[in-house]
Design a protein around this ligand. Structure first.
Ligand SMILES: NC(=O)c1ccc[n+]([C@@H]2O[C@H](COP(=O)([O-])OP(=O)(O)OC[C@H]3O[C@@H](n4cnc5c(N)ncnc54)[C@H](OP(=O)(O)O)[C@@H]3O)[C@@H](O)[C@H]2O)c1
Length: 274
């Protein structure tokens, strides 16, 4: 495991406008003196993030585009190249989670959208950025999967599949590129972010997630630490560590147990799955 020096690097972060992405942006700029190029769709959220950086806001630039469209990635790569920008690290973090629902009632368009935003965007981003990353003295890619990649979530079958795809794609790529580019994949557990904005969560649900999960700034710290150590698989949060440990011993049984706990909880989001 080779270490990855984060100091003063040029880092591209997708989904920088919210949740883990904005925490990573702040951390990389404030703690490691990085320059961050953020990608997202909300100008309002990007401007708020920029403002929150105070005197360091000149270290942050952002671009607004949909990461699930491969043309956008090629245009972005060409623009960086024309400006002579060589990124050192790409963090594919943007993702969506549709409302918890039984698969038999979920529509196919939602499933396609989830796969495109959560998985194909990672493929497109890696493909478009690799030629530039290879020109860096120390290039790297970090893809954000989820604990759902190891322990699938009931009521989120396609989301879990998209994260499993990100995990396996990344682990395969890390071996292919071992001698040139660092590739890491992150499996965070639950954290209270806007990811669940469309999930009809009530305050009690959010309290439950906060108790079970990890604060988003801690997740960002754990990601940075794992990347600095050059880890290929970074498991963040106690819930994710527990799920990973259980599934390595008994993958099917642990998933059944985990699903039972989720369905049996008072969580509003699982009431239709009982
Ligand atoms: N929170 C958790 O419990 C948890 C657990 C495990 C894994 N994760 C993963 O962590 C990553 C970050 O999630 P989060 O919790 O920080 O969620 P979040 O607060 O909702 O942030 C998601 C970010 O992705 C961006 N995004 C979504 N669709 C996009 C698109 N098509 N094109 C460009 N940007 C897009 C959003 O930007 P705009 O709003 O500007 O479009 C937003 O900045 C996701 O991949 C998620 O699956 C989260």
């Amino acid at each position: 495991m080779r270490s990855f020096d984060l100091k003063k690097r040029t880092v591209i972060i997708t989904g920088a406008s919210g949740g883990f992405g904005s925490e990573l942006t702040k951390l990389f700029i404030k703690k490691y003196g990085c320059r961050v190029i953020g990608i997202g769709r909300s100008k309002e959220k990007m401007n708020a993030l920029s403002l929150s950086l105070g005197c360091d806001k000149n270290k942050f630039k952002y671009f607004l585009f949909d990461v699930s469209d491969k043309e956008n990635w090629h245009k972005f790569a060409a623009m960086l190249e024309s400006k002579g920008v060589i990124p050192d690290l790409l963090i594919n973090n943007a993702g969506i989670m549709p409302p918890f629902e039984r698969f038999d009632t979920e529509d196919e368009e939602t499933a396609e959208r989830v796969m495109n935003v959560n998985f194909m965007s990672v493929v497109y981003g890696c493909k478009a950025m690799l030629p530039l990353l290879k020109r860096s003295k120390q290039g790297g890619i970090v893809n954000i999967a989820s604990s759902a990649a190891v322990s699938p979530i009931v009521g989120a079958a396609v989301y879990s599949a998209s994260k499993g795809a990100v995990r396996n794609f990344s682990l395969s790529l890390s071996e292919e590129l071992e001698n040139s580019i660092y590739v890491g994949v992150v499996c965070p557990g639950f954290s209270k972010t806007d990811l669940f904005r469309d999930n009809g969560l009530n305050e009690d649900d959010f309290d439950f997630i906060s108790t079970l999960g990890t604060d988003k700034d801690e997740i960002a710290e754990e990601i940075a630490e794992g990347v600095s150590c050059g880890k290929k698989l970074i498991v963040c949060g106690n819930d994710s560590r527990l799920m990973t440990a259980m599934s390595s011993v008994a993958p099917v049984r642990s998933n059944a147990l985990y699903s039972k706990v989720m369905k049996g909880s008072d969580l509003n989001i699982f009431k239709d799955l009982k």
